[in-house]
Design a protein around this ligand. Structure first.
Ligand code: KIV
Length: 266
């Protein structure tokens, strides 16, 4: 096994090596993500949609995130494990954020939390970092704010949009985050932010100039059929493979072909 990844490994990768982050939500997805060589495994709140079948990420609770982070933690041997803080678990006050972040660090193997928001969340990020909670930021298209954004819309278009994004990115860095996710923003904006910041940027729908890339695992596996954003590349069709295997099993049971002798005891 390669050396265990920690927060310093990730910081040091800036301008040296592209960072690979994958989401995982349970033991097998985490195990295979870990074996791929990815440096970071994120238990994203995308869990709400792609695994639990909710319409959006707002409904997922701290308890549900803790449960899945524990499961993913069992498969994560080498990568750095990050847990998403769900909507409402950090917005009330820095103290509330710290109490919930502590639950992730104490009750699961997570080594860091991620939270959405720029300038408005800077005080909270600083509060957590000052109390030994490593924080990954997340700006741009922040899915927990989709009601406020009027849908899942690309953020940061135009000069004004770029200025706002840049302010958010700087605020997150100055607050002490060790890295930042840039989601759903123009590639040029992501490139400018990446050269401006000294912490690594990890892009999703943010072009090639970021320091690293992440995709929602179930999207890249072809295991989520509700909606596929433009930025998703499907590296497999696991959903179709599952359907075919289940149909084959159905047929063989119905036709009396399974179990055969080789699957039966004397
Ligand atoms: O919830 C999630 O999976 C995420 C990634 C898309 C960055 O936040």
């Amino acid at each position: 096994m390669d050396k265990k990844v920690n927060v310093n490994t990730i910081r040091a990768m800036k301008n040296r090596q592209r960072i690979v982050m994958l989401t995982a939500y349970d033991y097998p997805s985490s195990l295979y993500a870990d074996r791929s060589g990815a440096q970071i495994i994120l238990v994203g709140d995308s869990l709400a949609q792609v695994v639990l079948g909710y319409d959006n990420t707002l409904s997922i609770t701290v308890e549900e995130m803790l449960h899945h982070t524990r499961a993913a933690g069992r498969g994560c041997k080498r990568a750095f494990l990050v847990a998403d803080m769900p909507f409402g678990s950090y917005h009330e006050s820095p103290v509330q954020a710290f109490q919930n972040a502590c639950r992730f660090l104490k009750e699961t193997p997570a080594e860091s939390v991620k939270l959405e928001g720029g300038v408005k969340m800077a005080e909270t990020i600083r509060f957590l970092v000052d109390r030994a909670v490593p924080v990954m930021g997340h700006i741009g298209l922040t899915p927990q704010s989709f009601h406020q954004m009027g849908g899942y819309r690309v953020q940061g278009r135009g000069e004004e949009g770029l200025r706002t994004l840049m302010e958010d990115a700087r605020a997150v860095q100055e607050a002490g985050a060790y890295s930042i996710v840039l989601e759903g923003i123009p590639a040029r904006a992501a490139g400018l932010i990446t050269s401006e910041l000294s912490i690594p940027t990890i892009g999703i729908g943010a072009g090639l100039q970021c320091d690293g890339q992440v995709l929602v695992t179930n999207d890249l596996l072809g295991l989520y059929d509700q909606f596929t954003p433009k930025f998703v590349k499907k590296y497999a069709e696991i959903g179709k493979a599952m359907e075919e295997a289940f149909k084959k099993f159905y047929e063989e049971v119905t036709d009396g072909k399974f179990p055969g002798e080789e699957h039966s005891y004397e």
